[in-house]
Design a protein around this ligand. Structure first.
Ligand SMILES: NC(=O)c1ccc[n+]([C@@H]2O[C@H](COP(=O)([O-])OP(=O)(O)OC[C@H]3O[C@@H](n4cnc5c(N)ncnc54)[C@H](OP(=O)(O)O)[C@@H]3O)[C@@H](O)[C@H]2O)c1
Length: 232
């Protein structure tokens, strides 16, 4: 069975990735910032043998290094960058009122966190069978989709994530490592809110189909959870 490392597995879609893949018998390295607070994930870890829980704040280089050292030497088939923050959702946050602490954290989690964890774990991905790096992005980061003001930090961070992973796909292709950018749809989580269209199970099962059907011809592409290719 394949293995997957999930960032931000404490709740929302990250927790669903851990549950979904764990129930299918995948080896799941479920990471979260605070295992003590992540009650549902702890219960999953107790219930499913192939799920293990690891502490990881993706903004902390020391924690990334510790995780890299403590993971078993086996490969990681799918490195899934799910952790993300959207601090500037408030539509009244316009130019003149921008909050730069929130910008800083958005950048640290949504962009640098992905770069840092990929950099640290690439060798483990490269020696697995599936060899796939997946970034959970958002269509909010597609410039072609930006038709109204607001959410500048979040949109910019997801656009940067797209550019970064698309760029890396050209390098990693030479090592036979694939890269996929996935937009989950609008999903009922803390980020998506209660009125969102999709459950976490619907979004994750759609995205998992994209992962299971991945071929190297798709490397560097941006797909939504149904497999539709999105314009940058
Ligand atoms: N929901 C949607 O409609 C939607 C749409 C498009 C894209 N997305 C993307 O989907 C991904 C998952 O979001 P979600 O909707 O499931 O939201 P969520 O419920 O708010 O989950 C976000 C996760 O990220 C974790 N996280 C935040 N900062 C972190 C850090 N520094 N290190 C490690 N983990 C960190 C959170 O952990 P804590 O519990 O420790 O805070 C939480 O587990 C995000 O990348 C988001 O941008 C969501």
């Amino acid at each position: 069975m394949p293995s997957i490392l999930v960032t931000g597995a404490s709740r929302g879609m990250g927790l669903e990735w851990a549950r979904h893949c764990g129930e299918r018998g995948w080896r799941v390295y479920a990471t979260c910032r605070d295992p003590f607070e992540a009650g549902e994930l702890r219960r999953l870890d107790e219930k499913i043998d192939t799920v293990s829980l690891h502490k990881l704040d993706v903004t902390d280089p020391a924690q990334v290094a510790t995780l890299t050292r403590t993971l078993p030497n086996a490969g990681i088939d799918v490195l899934l960058h799910n952790a993300g923050v959207w601090h500037d959702w408030d539509p009244t946050l316009r130019v003149g009122k921008l909050q730069f602490d929130a910008w800083e954290e958005t950048w640290q989690v949504n962009v640098l966190g992905v770069a840092r964890v990929t950099d640290a774990l690439l060798e483990q991905v490269a020696r697995s069978d599936l060899r796939l790096v997946v970034g959970i992005t958002s269509e909010m980061g597609c410039v072609s989709n930006i038709t109204s003001p607001g959410s500048y930090a979040y949109r910019a961070s997801k656009a940067a994530l797209n550019a970064m992973l698309h760029g890396m796909s050209h390098e990693l292709r030479r090592r036979n490592v694939g890269v996929l950018l996935l937009h989950p749809g609008w999903v009922r989580t803390k980020i998506g809110g209660e009125s969102a269209a999709l459950s976490t199970a619907e979004a994750v099962s759609g995205m998992l189909e994209r992962i299971e059907g991945f071929t190297m011809e798709q490397t560097g592409k941006l797909l939504d959870y149904r497999g539709r290719e999105l314009k940058w």
